[in-house]
Design a protein around this ligand. Structure first.
Ligand code: TXA
Ligand code: MG
Length: 331
């Protein structure tokens, strides 16, 4: 049975709530990427997420909540620094890893002593959470190891027969996943760069964030080969890209290119996507662009590197993951 892509009318939201209460999976839009949702208080329902995605059961999932006030049910303590971040950025593209409350199921936390919590800002996610009333456990709604979905159609293409309903909220505004911040006591650690940039986090905290190292809590989604297309992809600087394009005539390869500053050469016979110039627009289009390039069945994907600097950090992170190995651990 293929899932229905549904306009997020009040009736469709009500049906989605009934499905969640019955232990079924519902895909829904957030401002970052689409989520594959289940009732976070129902371990059997959360288990279905792992089956649908083909994701190992020891990878924790984020619990989505309607209000900051709801977090008391899910965490046993909230460091002051976490309160500052919640006040500054929720609702929004930020996930906080906090000590879990005892009622939180092991299948949600991957057996860890912490739980990931997020209050999303997308109006459809908020309407669903308000109507449901509880926490919704949701990873990105892609199969394990695949590119995260930023449209309802992406979800249907990946998971169509595994999800009862897909609420269509259009293309996600941010386009890449939430920023994840964990706490070792009061010290905030950046586990995954994302929708909210490091400088904004540091300003809200009044102190710089620590980068994740080996001692940080595990976030399997941060392993190197996450978010990868099937086609071999490499990240190349603009001048290297220009040089490679000049040599294509001698090679018998179909090339798909995600360019940003490099112009399409005359006579180029492969697939050419010009990416947006600024970081937010680039991030907004990134996963859809990678899917388009992957669908071209090219021999190789070449991605032009993006600038250094904080505002490109999350995009650089995703590009590095998309252009490395393909067959280990991906959420
Ligand atoms: O933007 C997002 O965060 C999207 C939308 C749907 O909210 N969700 C998302 O979920 O990206 P997922 O499961 O694809 O990635 C969440 C990452 C995973 O790498 C997971 O391992 C990590 O967060 N994570 C979740 N709970 C954790 C915990 N308690 N400790 C450490 N890492 C955790
Ligand atoms: Mg994911």
């Amino acid at each position: 049975m293929m899932a229905r892509i549904e306009a997020p009318t009040p009736a469709a939201i009500d049906r989605a709530v009934d499905l969640l209460r019955a232990g079924e999976l519902v895909a829904f839009p957030t401002e970052t990427v689409y989520g594959l949702g289940a009732d976070a208080a129902n371990p059997d329902a959360v288990r279905r997420i792992f089956l649908a995605k083909g994701r190992p059961a020891d990878h924790p999932v984020i619990v989505h909540l309607h209000n900051v006030g709801d977090i008391a049910l899910w965490t046993r303590s909230m460091p002051e620094a976490a309160k500052k971040l919640a006040a500054a950025f929720w609702p929004g593209p930020l996930t906080l890893i906090l000590p879990r409350a005892s009622r939180v199921a092991d299948i949600v936390t991957g057996g860890q002593d912490s739980v990931g919590l997020r209050v999303p800002s997308h109006p459809v996610a908020r309407a669903l959470l308000a109507a449901f009333g509880g926490g919704i456990a949701a990873p990105s709604a892609n199969r394990f190891g695949r590119i995260s979905p930023t449209t309802a159609r992406h979800v249907a293409d990946d998971l169509g027969d595994a999800v009862a309903s897909i609420l269509d909220g259009g293309a996600c505004a941010v386009g890449i996943e939430s920023t994840i911040v964990a706490f070792a006591g009061e010290v905030p650690i950046l586990l995954r760069p994302g929708g909210i940039g490091g400088p904004a986090l540091s300003r809200a905290l009044g102190q710089p964030l620590r980068e994740a190292d080996g001692s940080a809590p595990r976030a399997s989604g941060t392993l190197a080969s996450h978010y990868a297309p099937r086609t071999p992809a490499s990240l190349v600087a603009a001048d290297v890209l220009r040089a490679e394009l000049l040599q294509l005539g001698d090679r018998d390869e179909i090339v798909a290119v995600l360019a940003r500053t490099v112009a399409r050469p005359a006579g180029f016979a492969g697939v050419w996507l010009p990416a947006p110039f600024d970081a937010p627009s680039y991030a907004h289009d990134l996963y859809a662009n990678l899917r388009t390039l992957d669908a071209a069945n090219a021999d190789v994907i070449l991605v032009e590197t993006v600038p250094d600097g904080d505002e490109w950090l999350a995009v650089r992170d995703r590009l590095l993951r998309a252009t490395r190995g393909v067959d280990d651990d991906r959420d």
